[in-house]
Design a protein. Sequence first.
Length: 346
Amino acid sequence: MRYYIITKVVSIKDFLTQYANNVPSRWHTPGHKGNLNSLDLTELVCDSDLEKFIASAENNVASAYGVKKINFLTNGSSIGIKAVILTSVGDILCFKGCHQAIQEGAELAKVKAIEFDTGLTDNGLPIVATAKTIADALKKHPNVKAVYVESPDYYGRVVDKAVIDTIKKAGKFVFVDSAHGAHLAFSDRLKGLCLAPLADATNLSAHKTLDAYTQTAYLAINSESLFASVDTALKNLGTTSPNYMLMASLESAVESAIKYDYEQLYQDCIWFKNQVPCLTNDDFTRLVVDANALGTNGKKLTQKLIQKNIYAEKFTDRYVVFIATPHETRKDFDALANAIKNYDKP
């Protein structure tokens, strides 16, 4: 059925905008009736039209990432993790210190999430897993059905593609927690680090590094044997009232990322890393400042920066982590570098 208020729609946001502009009398949810935000809509009587645009948007995003299928998630990347674990039909192997959603997913699926320890580097961070690390862990736990790999991690470090090959050769599902890697596919310098095209399933938190609202994410699926079961798991775990405004931001986030100048961001990040001591990593957009090299620790440096109205993503005993996106300008980088170098001054 085609409703007269909806014409010439080319995106989810277009649909919502036309609805907002043409429907003054809303006798449906949400209870604020558009007064909080006119685009905040869900479960409309003309959903059949909107479903077409959502499906089209998901296909476009799948093409951008080079994967077979994308599911838009409006209640976080965590639900994507839990959904794929529910499809694994068996125990999974994961890194020590993995995201809590993996253990929660295993509990829901009534399977074990078996953690293996890669050890620590000299600077106190977990050692990034290698193909040998994975192979050794699989020898100890040959009956697992899948391996959950984190790449990139919070510190901008990625696992080598040989890790993926090792897991596949062992006949296990490859699941990648790439919550911090939604942007990798859109920079010529980073796209080779994106594991979504290689893994059976990958969760990508769009809201972490792209222009998408908080609580939005993509779940990329390449294994066709998982398509139906993942859809069922998401249905069972998710809401019957998805926020269409969040879906619109998932669609537009990739459109924006394709247009952004990541080369300029690269130049700015490299400039910053030449000004301030940072951890050497793979993802240039992740700025991991070495507080110890500045004569302090991560907590103290973070607190000093807060006094200057600068807020970091996280800190450890040694490091303070900052996330850079194309929204930062050289002026922003300069201000941050100066604040860090002069952290002990009023």
